[in-house]
Write a protein that binds this ligand. Sequence first.
Ligand code: UGA
Length: 432
Amino acid sequence: MKIAIIGTGYVGLVTAACFADLGNRVYCVDSDRKKITALKKGNIIIYEPGLEEMVKRNMKEGRISFSTSIKDSVRKSDIIFICVGTPSKDNGEADLLALEDVSQEIAKNINSYKLIVEKSTVPVETGEWVKKTINGFKNRRVKFDVASNPEFLREGTAIEDFMHPDRIVIGVESAKAKKILLDLYKPLNTPIVVTNIKSAEIIKHASNSFLATKISFINAISTICEKAGADIEEVAKGIGLDKRISREFLKAGAGFGGSCFPKDLSAFIHIAEKMGYNFNLLHEVKRINEEQKNIIIDKISKLIWNIPGKTIGILGLSFKPDTDDIRNAPALDIVNRLIIQGAGIRAYDPKAMEKSKKVLKKNITFCKDAYDAAKESDCLVILTEWNEFKELDFKRLKKLLKQPVIIDGRNIYDPKMMKKLGFVYTGVGRKV
Ligand code: UGA
């Protein structure tokens, strides 16, 4: 099939590369000229395992190309995926300006039947707006359909998630749109849930909100575990083996971040409010997540006493492992709060250093590895569970640290082993 992908962020680029890899012809569009120039040379500006190689291979085989022209790409394609950003406004509401612009551009250039699919995470009723906009701005008497096909891929495992999803959701209003999307996704051989457009839009918000709720739930339980002398890892296993609950997203720690959960929670709260429902449950999910970062800071001050003037080694800055993404990363919030309190930071992250350097400028030294971050630090704080932090040379670390103190904000170490190695150790919700 011939597909236009408008917006080359994480979702757009991964979707484009994967559809091309499945044999489709994909035209990628972005208004950012610099990005398109880089992509034309095969330079992927984001770090996503396997993506660069996949894009380059499909470029070579002529199945994927990049341009800044919506016009050309719309005319050459049968299906148009809108993957532009929907950032949060100050009040939490999703900002849909880019989506409106793109809808108008599509309308002006539509020359034959097109299926226009929203893939960006959008509030319910956006599909209606896209339809109205296209109807209002199109010049020709051509037919089109709008559909919703929310994306569930995670950064760091995006290609695997795209190629092997648990399910695909398509929200459609016509038999033609349904057939096109069923054919497009047929090679993935996965369950497809067909709904109306509004249900598909709500499914995306409800999924992310539910997953965020699971994380805040387990973080709340971890606080109770600490107070009661129980161990959150045992408790999470004990409840998670119940298939109705499942073990996924029950990892207690420094809280959730990223470009999706915090933004989508705020947007869903806003949508619900607009419809007359006060989603207090999600307000609480957000509050617990904020509190989790303070809990880490309290742990630091409990173990090293006063924070002003201390040097704190930080391992991990990205919002989760296997990505260079630092958007809403709990690590950045924690580092900023420590700096404000007067600490000096020695930080290391395997992939997120460049991006962090742009936002963290004062009282921070970016280090070459975990050992460098530990050097002369009063404690070491784990904020992202990168694999390379899991098996460090602890004897060497102990020698480098000013005080043998580890605050494990992602529960990657065994408390008993750390104690045996002579560290003063604390995790989140763990029995020491
Ligand atoms: C999330 C969803 O998982 C995807 O299904 C969805 O497509 C995507 O948002 C989106 O809306 O685009 P992502 O933000 O890439 O994906 O990352 P996750 O793996 O979901 O992790 C989000 C945050 O939760 C991270 O900060 C992670 O450290 C934290 N987390 C996750 C926990 O603290 N505990 C857990 O058990 C799981």
